[in-house]
Write a protein that binds this ligand. Structure first.
Ligand code: OFO
Length: 168
């Protein structure tokens, strides 16, 4: 059973995950428009991942007998700049999400909510991966700079990313 405070916090986190999905969907559109199909694919897979994160929380609130509350989703900023700037913005956003997840874990400890503590472990691990992926791409993009060939090669590499739905 979830406390009122925990239900509210989980609903807020679900909204943040929906915003992440919306943000990456917009970034994907920006990359398609800029002729960067591989980057567009990467961000579209990221969109799918974020939707699955939101749904994981949605299912958990329901399973625990809580009330899912949907709120409006903020508009993404829209002007994304170069691929390097996009990944720097992505990392910054994921660091914000990591902090938010850690805040939820602290609340679960404070409330002695053992079920939610276990539930959140998946998200703690996932955030390590999310930030590592962004850091790796930032390093590669810094290496190639604005050089067309290098960007083209990274774009090719990102074409192969596929979405693997998380296990229940
Ligand atoms: Fe859901 O991990 Fe990114 O935001």
């Amino acid at each position: 059973m979830l406390s009122e405070r925990m239900t509210k916090a989980l609903n807020e986190q679900m909204n943040k995950e929906m915003y992440s999905a919306y943000l990456y969907m917009d970034m994907s559109a920006h990359c398609t428009y800029s002729g960067l199909g591989g980057f567009a694919n990467w961000f579209m897979v990221q969109y799918q991942e974020e939707m699955s994160h939101a749904m994981k929380i949605y299912d958990y609130i329901n399973e625990q007998g809580g009330k899912v509350v949907l709120n409006s989703i903020e508009k993404p900023p829209g002007n994304f700049g170069t691929p390097l700037e996009m990944f720097e913005a992505t990392l910054k956003h994921e660091q914000f999400i990591t902090e938010s997840i850690h805040g939820l874990v602290e609340l679960a400890y404070e409330e002695k909510d053992y079920a939610t503590q276990i539930f959140l472990q998946w998200f703690v691990t996932e955030q390590i991966e999310e930030e590592a992926n962004d850091n790796e791409l930032i390093a590669k993009l810094r290496l190639v700079g604005d050089e067309g060939n290098g960007l083209f090669m990274i774009d090719k590499e990102l074409e192969s990313r596929t979405f693997n739905p998380p296990k229940k």
